[in-house]
Design a protein around this ligand. Structure first.
Ligand code: ADP
Ligand code: MG
Length: 714
């Protein structure tokens, strides 16, 4: 099978053995209906099923004598069925199935509600194991009872899988119980696990003392009975660690081969004579910080070399990334190439556009704007200017990557606020230029320790200081009872001539009601602060409406700007000194940090006010973190800790293969080992031509299939 990916190159998919790639529905005991249910769980083939691991385990192997069970605990008991009958309770007329099981110390009752067919499952004399929460039954002399217990009927010939051992718990779905899945999985693992092909070299297995792939997969589903349950639930057994290692090894290898492939990827040398840049510097009302200068040098060097640049700039909100990007754009222009800056929202693109135009038009640079809402006529003109090369710089949203946007000679692509875009989109835009250089800018710093893993395919520059003369923002937390105090603060700042933002959360699903809250908030503020004009900015406004509100705020015609989160990223109004965030508990940490970054841009003391109602501990921890930390790096680390890596990185969106088994925080040591091994492998056998190289290369391609055009190995 051949697949075409984003930028047009083709990678061959290497098939698994036919047995492993057969659709799961053809297996005995599955069928089309369950096949569909499996599909819902993301399992299509036998191999998918082998990799559908339990998300936790229960110890149902520690069998207690019935007389010894503790009420209120989950217990496992074993005994003989002495009674199995459907009954109707006399009082509430509920239909129950009751099972009485006896061992040599006593009896326990299992109760199932509204499941009369259970009477067909059990027979007197069956040997069974029950697992469940033990309660006391007031109607039966306070004897132990378990409601809907897990059960296993012991057949001499069969191995227990649902109780009487450590039991895997699978994520189930409507109409497909964990028990049913477990039964099928047992069969799949028994029959197919040994058909998985080992792809790690033997000396690696020995070095890390990890089991072979078939053993690891088998153990991860049905661990040996003595396995420590806590170790299992922390994915800490050797088998589990092996699977985590696999996942990260393939991730690291993929990232490294991308980086390597690109190092070789031909780029263009854009040297430029420095003329435009010099002129631009002269016009800046400030001098650049050391950190900006250093980053500009790194970019400039990359652009001069005939290799493709792929650089990430990490820099906290307000550190001045835009100027850095413009210096790069000017270098491209000096070399006769075009540049594109892609922003995550229309309003930000528009702001950038106006800003950039202000600086660059006097230098004779033609700047264009392209967003989804640029009118047809303007759009057509812009498209023409881009294709005939008249426009040297275009600022836009993801509209830039759409079909029909053709550049005369695109040399540089700048992606602002990277966390909103994925790797795929990045590739999409750079594909519009012949070997265009790529610069990615993010204000959501990845904790340094992890940046390598997540952005392993990029070179990184860090702008680690903000321009001088800024005063750290004072952050305060209030609940409703503090509202008057907040108004007082607003008033005193307004009297000093400052501007203020009031932000309301915008949850997409309930856009209307949130908009209502913002609108009402604006009305209320207008009432209270009669002398100070209040403006409202939200996502549903037309671009020119938005722009005119923004302009009125920037120029000081409006003093208070009430907004939904459209102002989250990038707005730059130095006179604003107060940021009030309503329902702060509903925002993520990095969002809050971004919002706070809108103030504190001048030399005046600025304030960030977090208004929060009732909240869970986790939200409180987030808001405390905001008060405690001012650096984006610290906040990012806190965020990672509080939210967990999945949500933090949004790997789904990033275009990287998803990390489904490992955990970027917990498995940090394994990641390091995987990274070292990956680089050793690629160093030694760059084309993955050796015998082990070839097997690895197959796994690599299957893992990264369809994701990236840049996998150049094997
Ligand atoms: P961000 O990195 O968050 O995108 P911006 O590029 O929007 O930050 O810059 C924030 C503000 O700081 C802007 O008003 C910009 O003009 C200003 N700025 C940038 N660099 C400097 C500097 N070296 N000295 C003073 N102000 C600067
Ligand atoms: Mg910015």
């Amino acid at each position: 099978m051949e697949l075409t990916t984003g930028a047009g190159s083709v990678i061959k998919r290497v098939p698994d053995s036919p047995e492993l790639s057969q659709p799961i529905q053809y297996l005995k005991g599955v069928g089309p209906k369950r096949g569909e249910l499996f599909d819902k769980l993301g399992v299509k083939t036998v191999k998918d099923a082998l990799y559908y691991f339990p998300y936790r385990y229960e110890d149902r192997g520690n069998i207690k004598k019935i007389a010894r069970v503790s009420f209120g605990s989950y217990e496992t008991v074993a005994g003989t069925v002495i009674l199995a009958e459907n009954i109707t309770t006399p009082r509430r007329r509920m239909k129950l199935f009751e099972l009485t099981v006896k061992d040599e110390t006593g009896a326990v009752t299992g109760v199932w509600f509204n499941q009369p067919y259970m009477s067909k499952v059990f027979h007197n004399g069956d040997n069974v194991i029950l697992y469940g929460l033990v309660k006391q039954d007031p109607y039966k002399h306070y004897r132990p009872v378990m409601e809907n217990p897990e059960y296993e009927i012991i057949d001499e010939a069969d191995e227990a899988i649902h109780a009487g051992r450590v039991v895997p718990i699978y994520k189930a779905t409507a109409g497909f119980t964990c028990r049913q899945i477990r039964s099928i999985m047992k069969g799949v693992v028994n029959e197919f696990a040994q058909k998985l092909e080992e792809f790690l070299p033997g000396d690696m297995l020995r070095k890390y003392k990890i089991p072979t792939l078939p053993v690891a997969v088998k153990e991860a589903h049905f661990p040996e009975n003595e396995t420590d349950i806590n170790l299992l639930n922390a994915k800490g057994t050797r088998a589990q660690k092996r699977l985590v290692f696999d996942e990260f090894l393939l991730l690291e290898m993929g990232l490294m081969s991308m980086k390597k492939g690109r190092a070789k990827a031909l780029g263009r040398a854009m040297k430029g004579d420095g003329g435009l840049r010099k002129e631009f510097r002269k016009r800046l009302p400030f001098s650049l910080t050391q950190a900006q200068e250093k980053t500009i040098r790194e970019i400039s060097r990359d652009m001069e070399r005939p290799v493709r640049m792929n650089r990430l700039i990490q820099g906290d909100v307000g550190c001045g990334k835009t100027v850095v990007a413009l210096m790069a754009a000017l270098q491209a222009a000096e070399a006769g190439a075009q540049a594109a800056i892609m922003a995550p929202t229309e309003i930000l693109a528009e702001q950038h556009y106006l800003n950039v135009k202000k600086y660059l038009a006097p230098l004779g640079i033609k700047v264009a704007l392209l967003t989804g809402s640029v009118k047809k006529k303007d759009r057509e003109r812009t498209l023409k200017e881009l294709s005939d090369g008249e426009a040297q710089l275009v600022v836009g949203t993801h509209s830039l990557i759409q079909e029909g946007v053709v550049f005369n000679d695109l040399g540089l692509v700048v992606v602002d606020e990277q966390h909103r875009f994925g790797v795929m989109q990045r590739a999409g835009l750079s594909g519009k230029g012949v070997n265009a250089d790529v610069l990615v800018m993010t204000a959501t710093p990845i904790p340094r320790t992890l940046a390598l893993t997540v952005y392993g395919d990029l070179d990184i520059s860090v702008i680690d200081s903000v321009p001088p003369g800024r005063t750290p923002v004072r952050t305060k937390l209030f609940d409703e009872s503090g509202r008057l105090e907040v108004y007082r603060l607003l008033k005193s700042e307004l009297q000093k001539g400052a501007l203020a933002y009031v932000v309301y959360p915008l949850v997409e699903e309930s856009e209307k009601s949130d908009l209502k809250a913002a609108r009402e908030g604006a009305e209320k503020l207008a009432e209270i602060f009669g002398d100070y004009p209040v403006g409202l900015l939200h996502g549903r406004m037309k671009p020119d409406e938005k722009e005119s509100v923004m302009e009125d705020f920037r120029s000081g015609k409006l003093k208070l700007l009430v907004a939904t989160t459209v102002i989250e990223v990038g707005l730059d109004v130095p006179e604003a000194t107060v940021m009030v965030i309503e329902h702060a508990e509903r925002f993520g940490l990095s969002q809050l940090h971004q919002l706070r970054g809108r103030v504190g841009r001048g030399s005046r003391q600025s304030y960030c006010v977090l208004m929060a109602g009732m909240m869970a501990d986790n939200s409180r921890a987030r808001l405390q973190a905001m008060i405690k930390n001012s650096s984006g790096f610290d906040i990012a680390e806190e965020d990672l800790r509080l939210r967990g890596p999945g949500e933090f990185f949004g790997t789904k969106q990033s275009g990287l293969p998803e990390i489904t088994y490992g955990d970027i925080i917990r498995d940090y040591k394994i990641i390091e080992a995987a990274r070292n091994e990956a680089s050793a492998i690629i160093e030694k056998d760059p084309g993955l031509q050796s015998e082990t190289g070839r097997v690895l290369s197959r796994e690599l391609k299957n893992k990264w299939i369809g994701r990236l055009d840049l996998v150049k190995v094997g």
